[in-house]
Design a protein around this ligand. Structure first.
Ligand code: NAD
Length: 354
């Protein structure tokens, strides 16, 4: 077998330790020599942020966070950082909070230390997103990659079961889509496979006991791997579908990913034997589809896009909007017809693959 590929590894420091976020943050701020720290956390995560910044001299606590980073929120955050001469952004929260820090870093070049509290994975990518006039734009810029990520499973204990499951399946979708994304290679596929293995175990444990430390740690570890794989491999068909429908019909990010994933896997798997083999092995199941179905059943995963804001009459328009974004690397030829069939099945929640 010939092994020829091009791979880029993004440079980022990761500090992983349960109960250690406060201490790790203080030492990281000292290491970076920051004097004017802006801490970004939404009001729902402000107590968590306070608990880990007790020993930090904070110049600005900032809570004006909104989903999908509206441009006006980004501009306000940029102005606040500039006015106070901020030299380091610390963000504590999910993808929306990290997204605001990225939007500020994008124009200011300020470094980011990210402390994630969900499994969305934005902390490990160089991808930014901004919403203008109800349209989300994304782009890649190494300036927005956090210099350091601090993972602390204790901070995820309050993530409710529904959001833990949806967010964890969002991470799983990064892994699955990495198998056939435009820059898929043996390195990011290996990271993705290990991510699937960790998420499959971690999420089942969390579902049984939300406060299980091992389950939370394993899921966080899997979420990190998923994001590294995704950042390296790029967006595949799954992310293009979720990005377009999520933006066009204002659907919740994690739940949309969780509901669409089994349909994309069933759609592509017969045309991607190597990916199918890797995914099945990572699940420890006979086939990739069976492995994902068993996990979803154990988790009571979101099943139907109709529950999250997609109307049946939107499907033909959605298929037309998505088609131009489907990567040429996709193993199965995608047409308006088979895309409509995939969306219709995902909309209704019928069993994928049948
Ligand atoms: P989110 O950040 O909007 O958080 C969802 C909800 O969970 C919010 O109400 C938040 O306050 C709450 N929350 C967060 N952590 C919590 C905790 N530990 N306990 C209790 N509640 C908690 O959602 P998300 O799914 O984390 O992120 C989605 C956003 O991130 C989307 O805009 C998506 O496009 C973006 N994203 C970007 C990238 C990237 O690489 N740029 C990757 C993944 C996701």
């Amino acid at each position: 077998m010939s092994l020829t590929f091009e791979h880029t590894t993004l440079g980022q420091r990761v500090l992983f330790g349960t109960g250690q976020a406060g201490e790790n943050l203080a030492s990281e701020i000292a290491r970076l020599g920051a004097q004017r720290v802006m801490v970004i956390a939404s009001t729902s995560q402000s107590a968590v942020a306070e608990s880990i910044t007790k020993d930090v001299d904070v110049a600005l606590n900032y809570a004006d966070v909104a989903p999908h980073v509206p441009l006006e929120k980004a501009q306000k955050g940029r102005a606040a950082a500039a006015e106070l001469g901020i030299d380091l952004l610390v963000c504590v929260g999910g993808g929306s909070t990290i997204g605001l820090a990225k939007a500020i870093a994008m124009t200011s070049g300020l470094p980011i230390v990210a402390v994630p509290t969900t499994y969305a994975g934005s902390e490990a990518t160089n991808v930014w997103g901004l919403t203008m006039d109800a349209r989300k734009t994304t782009g890649v810029d190494d300036k927005v990659l956090p210099v350091t990520v601090i993972y602390d499973a204790r901070l995820t204990l309050a993530l409710p079961v529904g959001l833990s499951v949806a967010s964890g399946l969002n991470a799983l979708a990064h892994c699955v889509d990495s198998m056939w994304a435009p820059r898929a290679d043996p390195i990011n596929q290996t990271l993705a496979a290990e991510g699937i293995r960790a998420l499959n175990r971690g999420l089942r444990t969390i579902k049984r006991d939300l406060h299980d430390r091992d389950g939370r740690e394993e899921t966080l570890y899997g979420a990190y791997l998923s994001a590294v794989a995704f950042a390296s491999a790029g967006s595949g068909i799954h992310h293009k579908i979720c990005h377009v429908v999520g933006g066009a019909y204002n659907m919740p990010h994690a739940h949309t990913h969780a509901a669409v994933l089994p349909y994309v896997l069933a759609f592509n798997a017969p045309f991607a034997p190597e990916a199918e083999r890797r995914i099945a092995a990572a699940f420890g199941s006979d086939t990739a589809v069976e492995g994902l179905s068993a996990l979803r059943a154990a988790l009571d995963a979101p099943t139907a896009l109709k529950d999250y804001g997609l109307a049946e009459e939107n499907i033909p328009e959605a298929a037309q909007l998505i088609l131009p974004f489907i990567p040429a690397s996709n193993p199965r030829t995608v047409t308006v017809e088979n895309l409509e069939a995939l969306l219709t099945a995902a909309w209704s929640g019928t069993t994928p693959g049948l």
